[in-house]
Design a protein around this ligand. Structure first.
Ligand code: GLA
Length: 729
């Protein structure tokens, strides 16, 4: 074989080996982390500080890089420690930028200057020991590179090696320094209940922008993800974008800062608000993983990198995990009125549509006839299920579906046996009112007895129903009165961290003991979706808003950060909660751009609805691998002019699918021509439409034509939608 052909193969092989991706350039004391198309470089400067050097497109020549040298003092108001970009600055030594670590030492000293001590490279992981200049307080920075995605993970383990207790007042996972300069633009996601995943873009100016949660969980209001582009110039498929996300489902914070020396930096980790973490002698605190990446391929490529990264490295089972089954959920059909005959009847209808998983939502346990009672009492309601869950699960299984159940383990209704027995288990401050919402309170999961009780309850539920395949794990209230009276007063604020750790631990133990169990993370919709929970749950309930038109934007925002595989989307009934009605096909197509579910009341669906639904489920099964595990191209944003198009290409390039939606037409104008993306110019694709809304009548067409000339769609009226399939010959 000609060496010319071998060279790229060898290069790919070399690039994809997990080892050798982290280099220490000893002569210059530089660490060069190479991951995918990315280089991340920092080093030890003459003051023994860890100084950031470069983050961007991969650099191949270490000779180009200079040894790190600290910046000069600008003025008495900005000493060199303040202007030199650092990997993990402590608060001390005249630094006014956002610190990664802030501490009060036992003797009252509040000054921390971290210096490099040593490092260790072990395959794709680099560990660096930092230590204060005089005290034995250290931080181990842990970096991991994910070679094929270009994503880098960092976090810190802070250890008190002094002989006395000290208190951490801010413990961040790390800081990402962008190339020095100004004119950057920030993209971030905000929202509220039923309106999550809204995309915001704004210029970064001097000062600090904070996005955070102080609510105890990830939150609907903001998501721990960011993207920053250069000069505000990046587009969907073009331009430099730096992006990242925190893996933490408790109080978090991202501080996007532009210093007075034009240094843009993103610091992220535990939210320092109401934070105080005493560390006894010898004790450590590990901060959450902070993942970040870079691309010069615009926001679209940034999302595709994250999607692949999440599927390969975060989601349970990784790349070998199964595709998400088509799900039915009873909530919108029956709310709390669940019982064996009613659920069985729905299951029979769902099975006819080709549904693969039947999930019974709220209402099956305790005295749960509405949201005023029963939360906390996880025993099967004997009136609704006189024979237990066994017969229902059996009939669901016989219909060819597996069975799932809704739970909300972290909550309690004051009107419940659990609360009557253990009022102290609810989060509270002694002798102060407890703020209820939806008639419920949050259990103090930071307590190990509460953790063990909840684990026991769920473990028993799963043991008693071995065919229980899936839990929808909900959380419908944020923390209030976050007291922990049983803890020592100085330790009470540890609740913020201990709560999340214990929830993670319960899930991890359940999964270890019941390895076939799958879990959906829900918090009144998308209130707990982040890279922490996604390492232990297969999917996320994207939003309680199931109106297909609103969903277009909600799902677009979600897709910036998280893979469509995890994005649960149900087809529900119209008019929706907001009074809007859209056609059934439109609703199906919108839901099919993620992980398809059905949540309507099938008892009310006409024969025509049922047969259209069966056809759409069938179609979904033929494209779901491409949608869930392929590459996503956002061709026309729903934030634009009433026309949305998204396209997915399977990883092997053999299949592509286009979804297009039109809100309404004006004056009979056609929708814009759709030029496809991510195809092979020289390949020929067989074209199949689902409903003949394609103007071109081409049975087969080249990638070059599809991407350059494009296709035209006949979408009229209001809320029209279609899908077109492409199979490579
Ligand atoms: C939350 C969930 C819903 C449903 C209800 C049940 O709001 O997001 O999907 O499960 O609770 O009470």
């Amino acid at each position: 074989m000609n060496i010319r052909y071998l060279a790229p193969v060898l290069m790919t092989l070399l690039a994809s080996t997990a080892f050798g991706e982290i280099r220490y350039v000893a002569a210059k004391k530089l660490f060069h982390l190479e991951a995918g198309a990315v280089s991340y470089v920092f080093g030890v400067n003459e003051r023994n500080e860890l100084q950031s050097v470069y983050w961007g497109k991969r650099l191949w020549r270490d000779d180009d890089l200079a040894a790190p040298r600290s910046d000069r003092e600008w003025a008495s108001f900005d000493n060199s420690g303040n202007t030199t970009p650092q990997e993990y600055p402590g608060w001390g030594g005249g630094r006014y930028i956002e610190p990664c670590l802030k501490v009060t030492l036992p003797d009252g000293v509040r000054d921390l200057v971290l210096k490099y001590v040593s490092h260790q490279i072990d395959g794709d992981t680099l560990k660096i020991e930092l230590k204060d200049m005089t005290y034995d307080l250290g931080a181990t920075l842990v970096y991991r590179v994910y070679p094929d995605t270009g994503v880098i993970r960092k976090n810190a383990v802070i250890t008190n090696r002094t002989k006395a207790p000290l208190t951490l007042e801010s413990a961040q996972s790390g800081a990402w320094n962008l190339p020095r300069g100004e004119g950057y633009r920030l993209t971030y996601l905000t929202g509220r209940w039923a309106g999550e995943w809204q995309i915001n873009q704004e210029p970064i100016h001097p000062g600090m922008k904070v996005i955070e949660s102080r609510r105890g969980n990830t939150g609907h209001q903001a998501n721990p993800w960011f993207a920053i582009d250069e000069g505000g110039r990046a587009e969907e498929e073009r331009g430099r974008v730096w992006f990242g996300a925190l893996g933490w489902s408790g109080n978090w914070r991202l501080s996007i800062e532009q210093t007075s020396h034009q240094q843009v930096r993103v610091t992220g980790g535990f939210n320092p608000f109401d934070f105080s973490y005493p560390l006894a002698a010898g004790e450590s605190l590990e901060t959450p993983p902070f993942y970040a990446g870079f691309t010069d391929g615009g926001f679209g490529e940034a999302s595709r990198i994250l999607h692949r990264f999440e599927r390969a490295y975060l989601l349970p089972g990784g790349l070998t995990s199964r595709q998400r089954p088509v799900l039915y959920n009873s909530w919108e059909a029956t709310t709390f009125s669940v019982d064996e005959p009613g659920q069985t009847a729905l299951a029979q209808k769902a099975a006819k549509l080709g549904v693969e998983r039947f999930v019974m939502d709220d209402g099956w346990f305790g005295a749960r006839n509405n949201d005023r009672a029963g939360l906390g009492d996880w025993t099967i309601n004997p009136k609704k299920f006189p024979n237990g869950l066994g017969p229902l699960i059996e009939s669901v299984n016989k219909l060819g579906m597996d069975f799932g159940l809704w739970v909300e383990p972290e909550m309690v209704n004051p009107d419940s046996d659990l609360y009557r027995a253990h009022p102290d288990w609810a989060m509270h401050f002694p002798d102060r009112p407890r703020t209820e919402a939806r008639n419920q309170l949050v259990l103090n999961m930071a307590r190990n007895d509460v953790r063990d009780h909840i684990f026991g309850v769920l473990d028993r539920l799963l043991a008693e129903s071995p065919k229980l395949a899936f839990l929808k794990w909900d959380m419908n209230l944020n923390f209030s009165e976050p007291g922990w009276p049983e803890a020592a007063p100085a330790d009470e604020k540890k609740l913020w961290i201990a709560y999340t750790r214990n929830v993670y631990e319960i899930i991890d133990r359940l999964r270890a003991k019941h390895p076939k169990l799958e879990i959906e993370s829900c918090s009144g919709g998308g209130g707990r979706a982040d890279m922490g929970i996604l390492t232990r749950t297969e999917e996320v309930w994207t939003s309680d808003n199931t109106d297909a038109f609103d969903r277009l934007r909600i799902q677009e925002g979600f897709s910036y950060a998280y893979t469509p595989k995890t994005m649960m989307a149900w087809v529900t009934d119209v008019p929706n909660y907001n009074g809007r009605s859209t056609p059934l096909q439109y609703r199906f197509l919108v839901a099919m751009t993620g992980s398809l579910g059905i949540g309507g009341n099938l008892n009310k669906w006409s024969d025509a609805d049922m047969s259209l639904a069966a056809k759409m489920v069938d179609l979904y099964k033929s494209i779901r691998k491409t949608v869930q595990e392929g590459r996503l191209y956002r061709l026309f944003s729903p934030r634009g002019d009433g026309f949305t198009a998204t396209q997915y290409v399977s990883e092997d390039g053999r299949q592509a699918v286009l979804f297009a939606f039109r809100t309404g037409q004006h004056y009979g104008y056609p929708p814009p021509t759709v030029k496809l993306s991510g195809l092979e110019e020289r390949a020929i694709y067989n074209v199949k439409t689902i409903d003949n809304k394609l103007v071109e009548r081409l049975p087969a067409v080249s990638g070059a034509y599809l991407m350059n000339q494009g296709l035209n769609l006949r979408l009229g009226g209001d809320f029209d939608g279609t899908a077109v399939l492409f199979e490579r010959q």
